[in-house]
Design a protein around this ligand. Structure first.
Ligand code: SF4
Length: 414
């Protein structure tokens, strides 16, 4: 199968969300040559072209679009030696003043449905140019990939991390090379990804792993997960996050089922039954899940992280210029919600309310830590949410998290 690269000038690049206001997301490519058989990006809902895995459409003007976006927001290329902007007239430590005037955000180069380090990038260097702009403008970045081509840009990643923050995450799902090659035929091998992870950690770069999807019967075995966790521990992975397999009706599910039929026919009927509900979101059928006594991959990953002394949370970087205490409180509320809802299943309703409050705090423009108690209590939050917020404000900690044995980075400072 040959790769065809189609370069084009895109009209837009940056995606923002109210639920995650301190990130911007970039999709640099359309299509992904890695052709993973479980790839959610194949779903018709993303309006991807039919030969999505062979013809890779590249936004050749992505760096220019990002730069324009930053300039339009009032930012300067603070780290660029010479520019055509006012920053040329600002010298020495006054540059630090200029760089902290406006709240920054994290540039997420995740390409959730089109890997930003897929083989086309080797030729085009668009992601590299994006990193250069992030560095020039003093912006933090997060990268997610399945390709060790990311190591080509280690020099820039190090520079960004020194200047503000850079994190690299790999998706790694299968320890057995044969299985890995079947499901992720053109991505870097599991060994290569672990080697890159080791190197990044040795270089002091924040780097973690997403085990997503945990494929039922193939990836969810103790053998597979133990092998991965042993290597993650050895590599000193900063965090490990697990997630389940979704198969959306249409191309996504068909491709996956063809792979199972061809390589794992013994599991075909089970997968067929598990995803027979054709859920819009690709979720498995609960009854079939229970019938086969499958384990919840999030809970399993959470408990394995505890067992191996690894963090299940991606530690949060808070960009300069934002309201730090609000974001720290929001982060703690999200963790409480996660444990309460996903892990210990104590109350979905309370977990939902905590999560929604956390999102409100992400967008809230007044610093909670400088408000009076009366002002805080007048905010439209649920009673049980207030209890957590006030405790965090008064003690800097959450007793709920402590009770659950979650001692990872409760970092709020009074
Ligand atoms: S690397 Fe990611 S985007 Fe590319 S095919 Fe695999 S799952 Fe899809």
């Amino acid at each position: 199968m040959n790769m065809i690269i189609e370069k084009y000038e895109a009209k837009s690049l940056v995606r923002t969300s109210k639920r995650s206001p301190h990130h911007i997301h970039l999709n640099i490519y359309q299509g992904c040559y890695h052709n993973c058989s479980y790839c959610d990006g194949k779903s018709e809902e993303y309006f991807m072209h039919d030969d999505y895995t062979e013809t890779i459409r590249a936004k050749i003007n992505a760096p220019a679009l990002l730069e324009k976006y930053l300039v339009d927001q009032g930012f300067f290329p603070i780290n660029r030696e010479t520019t055509n902007t006012l920053i040329d007239f600002v010298k020495g430590s006054r540059r630090d003043f200029v760089r902290s005037i406006k709240p920054k955000f994290i540039i997420s180069i995740f390409g959730n449905i089109c890997d930003v380090y897929q083989p086309a990038e080797d030729e085009l260097h668009i992601t590299r140019q994006i990193l250069q702009i992030a560095y020039d403008y003093g912006f933090p970045v997060r990268i997610l990939t399945k390709n060790v081509l990311v190591m080509r840009d280690l020099d820039l990643i190090k520079k960004i991390n020194q200047d503000s923050f850079a994190r690299v995450a790999f998706t790694i799902t299968l320890a057995n090379p044969k299985d890995q090659l079947i499901f992720e035929p053109k991505a870097s091998s599991t060994d290569e990804r672990f080697e890159a992870l080791n190197q990044l950690r040795e270089e002091g770069i924040p780097a973690g792993v997403y085990i997503t999807p945990v494929i039922p019967w193939i990836g969810d075995t103790d053998k597979n997960l133990n092998k991965l966790f042993i290597r993650l521990k050895q590599a000193k992975a900063e965090f490990v996050i697990t997630g389940g397999l979704t198969l959306k009706p249409g191309r996504n599910k068909e491709d996956f089922m063809n792979t199972i039929n061809h390589f794992y026919p013994e599991y075909y009927d089970q997968f067929h039954e598990l995803y027979s509900n054709d859920s819009e979101y690709g979720q498995p059928d609960i009854k079939a899940w229970e019938k086969y006594n499958l384990q919840n991959p999030i809970k399993k990953g959470f408990h394995m992280c505890k067992e191996f002394g690894l963090s299940f949370y991606e530690p949060r970087y808070i960009p300069e210029g934002t309201i730090r205490s609000n974001l720290e409180i929001s982060t703690i509320l999200s963790r409480i919600a996660f444990l309460m809802g996903e892990i210990y299943e104590e109350s979905w309703k309370k977990a939902y309310e905590l999560r929604e409050t956390a999102i409100e705090l992400e967008n809230y423009q007044r610093d909670l830590s400088s408000m009076s108690m009366d002002e805080i209590l007048s905010l439209p939050f649920e009673k049980h949410v207030f209890r957590h917020i006030i405790e965090i404000l008064q003690t800097g900690k959450s007793s709920y998290l402590r009770k659950k044995g979650d001692n990872s980075q409760i970092f709020f400072q009074k």
